[in-house]
Design a protein. Structure first.
Length: 789
DNA sequence: GCCCTCGTGGTTTTT
DNA sequence: CCACGAGGGC
């Protein structure tokens, strides 16, 4: 495999795409590379430029994963590298799994065993376990999840005499995560930042937190990368072995890397310098959790002489969708610039429609889905992508009412559920009696009368004697410091753990787990609970025990769980998918609904406030990601009234709507009950014969009437309210060009709004008014929604 | 030690 | 409006 001479694959080969005779002749020397068939010229260049740094800018739907996997296949098939010479990093386990699978189908068993294909964190873990002692750990260190991290943080805050109310553990945790994302250890945090927290105690808290982790022989997620950096900086010889081991490095989703990951990669890449980063600056949507778009923007600077390949040919979406997405993203300034193109037909235009309020928006989406469904459009090819999860509620409600099957993607994950975390805690203590955090979690779950006071005693003893809590408990039971009742309960618990630990040695671990859950009273606790979700929780526990069987031993299972926090997705059923835009990255659907395109919601006000223009650009990229999920149909919508934290607010359409290229967009008329005249609903016969016959329409009618009766501020003497409520104005150009004509109103003028009542105009921007309402306070509204008052 | 009421605050999320 | 956490009462 490895015997082909290097020169044959040197410079001449890069010409092969151009088709020089010698190159083709050279190519003919080796067996036909079937895996290269069907790649376009750019993809092929991305695969065949194997030596030196290369940045592959892969736009949405341009075959990114294919390039990545083919590149690995190519490296192996041409003998440049053996599977274990290649480091391939991804962000998610899902991406890693998919890559593994696809490499398997390309090169067969040879690719299966790629030991260095995985997430940053999984690979970091693997490296740290080998050299744990060099960074002050034992190789069986535990990896803490966010909940353990938080509990630990609380203890540290209390220990340092900081007021936990003023400086919540969440905030400290966030700050430390941020520092770790930037590759900063406790000593490296800039003084200004470190002192900003808790009156100058920030650095001390960080240091204390790391010290606590070390005593627990534990790390958090950030450490998995940060400690690698420490390891390599302090041990150049260790670094050198990894630098020479990884002949080829590939990175997926490079735009999502944070500073720590960047430093990690840069250290490794300094060996052979064969580093291929694949990503799309236009899909960078994780800046808020430390991703640095700059990493990808600066690639050529960081790796001088880097090749850059742009994949711009889109194989997913039709012309109009692509035009809309491209036109939108072109408004961003901080980008490397790509122009997606397709050979596909223009297809349907992206539709934009307005609704009176968010309930109606949900109704319209559900109806549109019913219509698609009756046209035999598979539900599994429909997705609704929202900006924030709070938007899901109304949409779900609607789906439930209609009996429309749906599933929420990216909700609470399996291993995040309380019952699973509890069960895990029992197993963790069983496997490792020194796991104090796990012990604390379950010491009084189910309730057994071991409350805060008892726990405090244990802590005091444990700290004084420098022993883990479980051992402290065992010893305290030998004394008479505990109340008899507490003592016997605690003794029973410690003895149980000792017994279970022995059982793990001799019996199948899944069976032991079952025993633990029963003997501890944990299962019983849920059986007694009569709440609606208790049954589901018991189901989850069953599934949890069952899933253990797939692992060789308890330790292997626990390792898997700490790194691979994901739900076992029940695939199959024919359902509409509902998820956030963030969760949608990497997925595609024939039809995509994009509700809630309103300023403040999307682009999100908080993103704007916190990150200014960079925030706006990230929101725009998010919009771009949303649009490019659609193969054939993208349907945008907005509501002019939305309930935010319980109270109704008037909203204005997203500025992104106005940024879409006109030619790619259809502004959809409001539904029948919205306008005085005939609407498209009247003209479009539905399978029900008339749209008036659809269940959804009837409900819409009913709801409209209810709303007319109940809406606040609606003046009875002024007719149907529809007049002032704005139906006419919602249609057509006015909304789609909301920054257009200047308003007829001017500052100081008194106006009346159907929902907010009377107010005074404070400012005018085109047809957007800033109004100080007498009751509701200052709001931005479209002038068409108020009348002179 | 447990339960209930009141008060508060409320993007996006992987490992 | 709703979900979660802290503190007071039992």
């Amino acid at each position: 495999m490895q015997t082909l001479p290097q020169p044959a694959f040197g410079a001449p080969e890069s010409d092969s795409a151009a088709g020089s005779i010698s190159a083709r002749a050279m190519g003919a020397l080796r067996p036909a590379a079937a895996y290269l068939d069907g790649l376009n010229a750019e993809q092929r260049r991305a695969v065949e430029t194997t030596e030196g740094p290369i940045l592959v800018l892969a736009g949405a739907g341009t075959g990114k994963t294919r390039v990545l996997t083919t590149r690995i296949a190519h490296l192996i098939a041409t003998g440049r590298a053996r599977p274990y010479d290649i480091l391939a990093v991804t962000f998610t386990n899902k991406a890693a799994r998919e890559m593994k699978h696809r490499i398997g189908t390309l090169v067969g068993p040879a690719g299966e065993g790629m030991p260095w294909l995985g997430t940053f964190h999984a690979i970091g873990t693997k490296i740290l376990r080998r050299h744990a002692e060099l960074v002050g750990l034992k190789s069986d260190f535990t990896i803490l999840g966010t909940d353990d991290q938080l509990r630990l943080m609380k203890q540290v805050i209390t220990d340092q005499n900081v007021d936990e109310k003023r400086w919540p553990a969440r905030a400290l945790s966030h700050a430390i995560d941020g520092w770790k994302n930037r590759g900063l250890g406790p000593e490296q945090v800039p003084a200004g930042e470190a002192s900003a927290f808790a009156f100058g105690k920030g650095a001390a808290l960080y240091t204390a937190y790391q010290a606590r982790l070390a005593t627990l022989n534990a790390v958090d997620f950030g450490d998995l990368l940060l400690l690698c950096l420490k390891l390599w900086r302090e041990n150049p010889d260790v670094l050198a072995t990894y630098q020479s081991r990884f002949r080829y490095i590939l990175v997926d989703e490079y735009q999502d890397t944070n500073v720590a990951q960047y430093l990690w990669l840069r250290l490794l890449a300094q060996g052979h310098r064969n580093v291929a980063c694949v990503g799309d600056d236009d899909q960078s949507i994780y800046g808020w959790r430390g991703a640095e778009v700059d990493n990808i923007l600066r690639f050529e600077h960081d790796f001088p002489g880097a090749a850059v390949v742009r994949l711009e040919r889109n194989y997913r979406s039709t012309g109009h969708i692509l035009a809309a997405a491209s036109g939108l993203i072109a408004k961003n300034e901080g980008r490397l610039g790509k122009t997606l193109r397709t050979d596909d037909e223009p297809g349907e235009r992206v539709t934009v429609s307005g609704a009176w309020d968010s309930e109606e928006e949900a109704r319209l989406i559900a109806e549109a889905i019913e219509r698609l469904q009756s046209q035999k459009h598979p539900l599994s090819e429909i997705a609704v992508l929202v900006r924030i999860s709070a938007q899901m509620r109304e949409i779900e409600d609607r789906f439930v009412q209609l009996g429309l099957p749906y599933r929420v993607i990216g909700g609470p994950r399996f291993y995040e559920r309380a019952e699973i975390r509890d069960a895990l805690a029992y197993l963790r203590v069983t496997a490792n009696p020194a796991d104090d955090l796990a012990f604390e979690r379950i010491v009084n779950t189910p309730k057994r009368g071991l409350g805060d006071a008892t726990l405090q005693q244990l802590h005091t003893y444990a700290r004084a004697e420098r022993v883990p809590l479980l051992l402290a408990a065992r010893r305290l039971c030998e004394t008479d410091e505990l109340k008899p009742r507490v003592r016997s309960t605690l003794r029973a618990l410690t003895e149980s753990f000792a017994r279970w630990a022995r059982a793990v040695e001799s019996q199948p671990h899944a069976e032991v787990a079952q025993t633990i859950l029963e003997e501890s009273g944990y299962t019983e606790m849920w059986q007694k609970e009569r709440s609606a979700d208790a049954a589901g929780r018991l189901e989850n526990l069953k599934e949890f025990v069952r899933s253990m069987e797939e692992f060789p031993d308890l330790a292997g299972f626990l390792e898997h769980v700490s790194l691979v926090m994901e739900a076992s997705e029940a695939e199959g059923a024919e359902r509409v998918s509902l998820m956030t835009l963030h969760a949608a990255k990497g997925l595609e659907f024939d039809t995509v609904f994009l509700p809630g395109w309103e300023d403040g919601l999307f682009p999100n006000q908080r993103a704007l406030d916190e990150s200014g223009r960079a925030g706006l650009e990230e929101e725009r990229r998010l919009a771009h990601v949303g649009l490019t999920r659609a193969r054939k149909r993208a349907k945008l919508s907005f509501a002019v009234n939305r309930r935010i934290h319980g109270l109704w607010s008037s909203t204005i359409p997203s500025r992104f709507i106005d940024e879409l290229p006109d030619s790619a967009v259809d502004v959809v008329e409001a539904p029948a009950h919205f306008s005085a005249g005939a609407s498209r609903f009247d003209r479009n016969p539905t399978p029900f014969g008339s749209s008036y016959g659809t269940p959804g329409w009837q409900r819409a009618q009913a709801a409209t009437q209810g709303r007319d009766a109940g809406a606040p501020g609606r003046s009875g003497g002024f007719g149907s309210g529809a007049r002032s409520g704005g139906p006419r104005q919602i249609e057509g150009e006015l909304i789609a060009k909301s920054t257009g004509a200047a308003s007829a109103y001017s500052g100081g003028q008194r106006v009346f709004h159907t929902k907010f009542g009377p107010g005074t105009v404070a400012g005018v921007d085109g047809n957007k008014l800033t109004v100080d309402f007498d009751k509701a306070g200052r709001k931005m509204v479209l002038d068409s929604f108020v009348q002179p008052g």
